[in-house]
Design a protein around this ligand. Sequence first.
Ligand SMILES: Cc1cc2nc3c(=O)[nH]c(=O)nc-3n(C[C@H](O)[C@H](O)[C@H](O)COP(=O)(O)O)c2cc1C
Length: 173
Amino acid sequence: MKVDVEYLQFMWPMRHFLITCGDIGNKSNILAASFCMPVSKEPPLIACAIGKKAYSSELLESSREFIINVPTKELQAEIYYCGYHSGHEVDKFKETGLTPKPARKVRAPIIEECVAHMECRVVQRIETGDKNLFIGEVIEAYADEMVVQGEKKIEFAAGGFPSKVYGIRSKGL
Ligand SMILES: Cc1cc2nc3c(=O)[nH]c(=O)nc-3n(C[C@H](O)[C@H](O)[C@H](O)COP(=O)(O)O)c2cc1C
C-alpha cells in the first residue's frame, strides 16, 4: 500500500550551506540553505531557491552577488541559528560569532570558519512559488588547502528531514 506524503520528506537528506550576501562594509547577512544545486558545468552555474520573504532575497535582488560557504558538521548550531532567524531582525554575524572576511571578487564576505567558498554573480532570477530561484555564475571557487590536500578530514553538514525547520518556521522559509 502507498500512502500520501509531504513530497519534500523524500528529498532529504541534503547538504547544508551558508549563503552570504550584501556588503561586508555595510549590510551583510547569512542564510542557511539546502535548496542549492549545480545546473551547468560550462559555464559553471549554481541555482539556489531562496524564500521570497527572506532578507537575503531582498539583498540579492539589489546586489546580484552571493557566496555559497561550505560548513562542516561542527557548525551545526550556527547553521540552525542562521536558519531560524532573519537578518530583518538580527545581525547573524554578531549573534553567531562567525567571522566575516573579504571575498576575492564580490562585496559580500566569506565566512572564515567554512572550508570552501563559491563566489557567484546572479545571471538569472526565476520566480518559483514561494521562492526566488537565483542562478549564479561561479566566478571564484576556493577552499582550505589542508582539506583540498586531504590532510584534514572533515564531515560536511547535512541533514535528514529537519522537522524543526518546518516546525519553527522563520519568516523567510
Ligand atoms: C538546514 C536548513 C536549510 C534551509 N534551506 C533553505 C533554503 O534552501 N532556502 C530558503 O529560502 N530557506 C532555507 N532555510 C531557511 C532560511 O535559512 C531561513 O528562512 C532564514 O531565516 C532566512 O534568513 P534571512 O531572512 O536572514 O534571509 C533553511 C533552514 C535550515 C535550518
